[in-house]
Design a protein around this ligand. Structure first.
Ligand SMILES: C[S@@+](CC[C@H](N)C(=O)[O-])C[C@H]1O[C@@H](n2cnc3c(N)ncnc32)[C@H](O)[C@@H]1O
Length: 293
């Protein structure tokens, strides 16, 4: 049944219409169980804000009508993916927490290649495990492209995964608002970005095809019990996502990801998540950077 069939002509009044405590709890439990993201009561206004426009677009009159559609009719099937997109925080940047990319260049790649001395042109596998729109994956690609050109002794492949289909679609297009590229060093901008300026439209940039070819995106829920990916990955970036999870989910995700690293491989957390890593049996080699024995 279409949601509009349940609509009345009353429009949502932003000030008056709210999720009931019970409906909010049902949404929070659903998201917590499926995605791992904690939604404490203090986040109710944020969730309402993110849902309002969508509920209007569905032709529904209130949060109450939306929750009836979700939980008492068949709405959840159609809405699941929207709800996940709505509650995930996708903030990302190129060269976010830049020390990690320096560490990759100066420490991780040289050590990984040293271990594989004797192999001709080894392929380093890098995984951005909560990639959002791909800024992290393409930052990795730019850094590795320069390093590979300089050293000439390795190749690389990058995987970006995320639970949100909306951000993955942007990563696949590899098109970004021009204002996002400020942190990209000018020489890399010149080499790896294409500028589109059409009169009257917002300026955008696109990543060059040579890098797009080396970055693949796929949907993955980190809460899944296993991940259908390679188990000889060299470096996993898992930054700024565990902060949304509770402690036991954080530890479970890290334990599952470590299984995908080759011995000597690295796990990189966000700087604010560094403490989470202290619970794991890996050697810390730099702030928020851990190496598998
Ligand atoms: C704040 S962004 C971080 C992006 C990037 N790693 C960075 O540091 O700039 C967090 C990302 O984690 C994703 N995410 C949240 N829960 C997830 C889950 N259970 N599985 C996979 N990705 C998830 C969100 O969709 C969002 O794109």
């Amino acid at each position: 049944m279409s949601p509009a069939a349940h609509a009345s002509t009353i429009r949502i009044d932003d000030d008056q219409d709210h999720l009931t405590a019970l409906d909010y709890k049902r949404i929070a439990t659903l998201i917590g169980d499926e995605v791992g993201i904690k939604l404490p009561p203090a986040k109710r206004l944020m969730v309402e804000g993110r849902l309002r426009k969508h509920i209007r677009a569905l032709g529904l009159a209130s949060f109450d009508a939306y929750c009836t559609y979700l939980f008492k009719q068949d709405g959840l099937v159609a809405e699941r993916s929207f709800l996940i997109d709505a509650v995930t925080t996708n903030k990302t940047d190129f060269f976010r927490e830049p020390e990690h990319f320096q560490c990759l260049e100066q420490r991780m790649v040289p050590a990984l290649l040293e271990q594989r001395r004797g192999e001709r042109q080894p392929v380093l596998k890098i995984w951005s495990a909560a990639s959002s729109t791909g800024a992290e994956a393409f930052t990795l690609a730019m850094v590795l492209a320069d390093l590979a050109a300089q050293r000439g002794d390795f190749r690389y492949a990058i995987l970006g995964t995320d639970i949100s289909t909306a951000v993955l679609a942007q990563g696949q297009r590899a098109v970004y608002p021009a204002e996002m590229i400020t942190p990209v060093p000018p020489a890399k901008q010149a080499r790896y970005l294409m500028f589109a300026r059409k009169a009257g439209t917002r300026s955008e940039v696109r990543i060059v095809p040579e890098l797009r070819r080396l970055v693949r995106f796929a949907r993955l829920n980190l809460m899944d019990k296993s991940y259908p990916f390679d188990t000889d990955v060299d470096v996993i970036f898992l930054r700024n996502v565990l902060i949304y999870f509770d402690k036991s989910d954080q530890e479970a995700v890290i334990a599952r990801l470590i299984k995908h690293l080759r011995p000597g491989g690295y796990l990189v957390l966000g700087h604010s998540e560094s403490m989470i890593g202290t619970a794991i049996t890996m050697r810390q080699v730099a702030p928020a950077v851990f190496q598998k024995p």
